[in-house]
Design a binder for this molecule. Structure first.
Ligand code: PLP
Length: 407
């Protein structure tokens, strides 16, 4: 008897795996998107036993006090849906932190929203503000979710390169890219992948440029607490004529070494927040309750985020000193936890490979994984620069340095 027709069993036969068959023809919303280079390099690193300095996440654990605070929240019964915009205590703590650091007050009731990480925040922001056919400017190289997010919102990405070599914003090119159809600009400081940090005069230049327009801004500030002396993080929120038109995005994952928790924030004026929340409530609705309570509790002590620059500056210096004996040319690492290097001066023939092939070779033959900067450009622009992540234990960094010493 065909078991599918049996009245007593709905299970497939145990010796033949159930086949789900083919779906009807699909018209992909994102036809150009494949597996990201981050997944490819991480898989290659695991396969080759390489030290993975590719993907940007720590290989050390977070503060046990934070885990304890989340545990306590669970045990205290904070396990059901929180309010849609986020746990009030966390929104309050975030508003107080922004005010203490940047001197601007966002109302936690109407201007702060808790999100499922910065990735969801950016997608939700774009879905909320972009209409089909609107242009959205990105400054390349840029984080890989921006362009697909713009496309999912029906927008048209307009790519403006940062100045090659220095990765500083080029305001002439940005001005030339603006049109009556420009709906928004996405900016990111501290910057992934180049590790540059925007200066006061650059924020002012953006403010002046946008002053006569209705252009909105999405400011991705997930590395806000990783800026190294003598520089400081100047949040977009400090510039009133930018803040009134901006959604400022951040992420606890980066700041507290918990990238897997996926909790972030969006600060924006009430009218923009209202539009953001309309999409947010049908996108994720709410974000993990006990983690929000734990974070609210943990934020009552500023030391963990105020001490972060010193924590990462030491790792950055350790890594840079280790690379000083190689022929890698080190680019500045002003912020974030990335170190970019130029491979142009290496003595090995492989320096002539494309950045992506060089990274594959580096992973398989030298045993250290990195990410090619070409992965952050729509046209794969290749400038012989690769990115390492130094959010790693000292012994991991020393192990990588030992292997890279051959270069
Ligand atoms: C520039 C930038 N924006 C956003 C994100 C995503 O942050 P989250 O993990 O909170 O979604 C990352 C993570 O690598 C990033 O580098």
């Amino acid at each position: 008897m065909n078991p599918q027709h049996s009245s007593t069993s709905t299970l497939p036969p145990t010796d033949a795996p159930a086949a789900v068959g083919h779906p009807p023809p699909l018209n992909s919303r994102l036809p150009k998107v494949g597996t990201t280079i981050f997944s490819v390099m991480s898989a290659l690193a695991a396969e080759s036993g390489a030290v993975n300095l590719g993907q940007g996440f720590p290989d050390f654990d977070c503060d046990p006090t934070l885990v304890q605070a989340v545990n306590q929240a669970m045990q205290a019964g904070h396990n059901q849906y929180p309010p849609m915009p986020g746990v009030p205590a966390l929104r309050q703590a975030v508003a107080e932190k922004i005010e203490a650091l940047h001197g601007v007050r966002y109302d936690p009731a109407t201007e702060i929203t808790i999100t499922a990480g910065a990735t969801q925040a950016i997608l939700t922001a774009l879905l909320a503000i972009v209409h089909p056919g609107d242009e959205v400017v990105v400054l390349e190289p840029c984080y890989d979710s921006y362009v697909p997010n713009i496309e999912l919102a029906g927008g048209v990405p307009v790519r403006v390169p940062l100045t090659p070599g220095s990765f500083r914003p080029d305001f002439d090119r940005l001005a030339a890219a603006l049109s009556p159809r420009t709906r928004a600009v996405i900016v990111n400081s501290p910057h992934n992948p180049s590790a540059t940090v925007w200066r006061h005069n650059e924020w002012l230049a953006l403010q002046d440029l946008l002053a006569p327009t209705n252009v909105l801004v999405v400011s991705d500030e997930v590395y806000e607490h990783m800026v190294y002396a003598p520089l400081e993080h100047r949040s977009l929120s400090r510039y009133p004529d930018l803040a009134r038109r901006a959604l400022v995005v951040s992420s606890f994952g980066k700041t507290f070494h918990v990238t897997g928790w996926k909790v972030g924030t969006v600060a924006a004026p009430a009218a923009l927040t209202a539009e953001f929340r309309k999409v947010h409530q049908f996108n994720v609705f709410t974000v993990n309750t006990p983690v929000q309570h734990g974070l609210a509790q943990y934020l009552s002590h500023p030391a963990p985020y105020l001490d972060l620059p010193a924590f990462y500056a030491r790792k950055r210096d350790l890594f840079r000193e280790g690379l000083a004996n190689t022929r890698f040319r080190l680019l500045p690492s002003e912020g974030s936890y990335f170190q970019c290097v130029s491979t142009a001066d290496l003595a090995v023939a492989e320096r002539d490979l494309s950045e992506a092939d060089f990274c594959r070779w580096l992973t398989q033959e030298i045993g250290v994984a990195a990410i090619p900067l070409s992965a952050f450009y729509g046209n794969g622009f290749d400038q012989k620069v690769i990115r390492f992540c130094y959010a790693k234990r000292d012994d991991t960094l020393m192990n990588a340095i030992g292997r890279l010493a051959r270069l």
